[in-house]
Design a protein around this ligand. Structure first.
Ligand SMILES: CC[C@@H](C)C[C@@H](CC)C(C)C
Length: 148
């Protein structure tokens, strides 16, 4: 299994950041429109493990889709794990998971993105540009909340 981990400090409220990914990922398109065009609920309820969400996003200049199951929500640790089950990423990876975790420490909040994946073959690149994408979305969410 391949794994990429990146951390980024945000000035906006860590609890709000966690709540967005847990309860209302469909609000992200409004905060990061260049990256996320749409997020629909396909099954279950928002903010519940087992619910299925469908993203339209633009990665490396390409319009992509991703169908994901919310695999885990840890309220105490403020983390959410998304497991990709359909879409562009499944052409390159047998499995792909994204975990976003927030360490709320005063006015500085540390966001940790963990991408866990199994490549279809050794020619498949590590998802570095997708990690950049996640960090860009993170910054846009922060900017949205600071621009008050
Ligand atoms: C699969 C790439 C995107 C759609 C992941 C999203 C979080 C799971 C995005 C908002 C970073």
């Amino acid at each position: 299994m391949g794994k990429l981990v990146s951390q980024i400090a945000i000035k906006s409220d860590g609890d709000v950041f966690h709540e967005i990914f847990r309860e209302r990922p469909h609000h992200i398109s409004g905060m990061s429109p260049a990256n996320i065009q749409k997020c629909d609920l396909h099954d279950g309820q928002w903010g519940t493990v087992g619910s299925v969400i469908y993203w339209n996003y633009t990665h490396d200049g390409k319009e992509c889709v991703a169908k994901e199951i919310i695999e885990a929500i840890d309220e105490a640790k403020k983390s959410v794990t998304f497991k990709v089950i359909e879409g562009d990423l499944m052409e390159l990876y047998n499995t792909f998971k994204l975990t976003v975790h927030v360490d709320a420490k005063g006015d500085d909040n540390l966001v940790t993105w963990t991408l866990g994946y199994e490549k279809k073959n050794e020619n498949v690149p590590d998802p570095n540009t997708l990690m950049d994408f996640c960090l860009a979305v993170t910054k846009d969410i922060e900017t949205h909340h600071l621009a008050k």
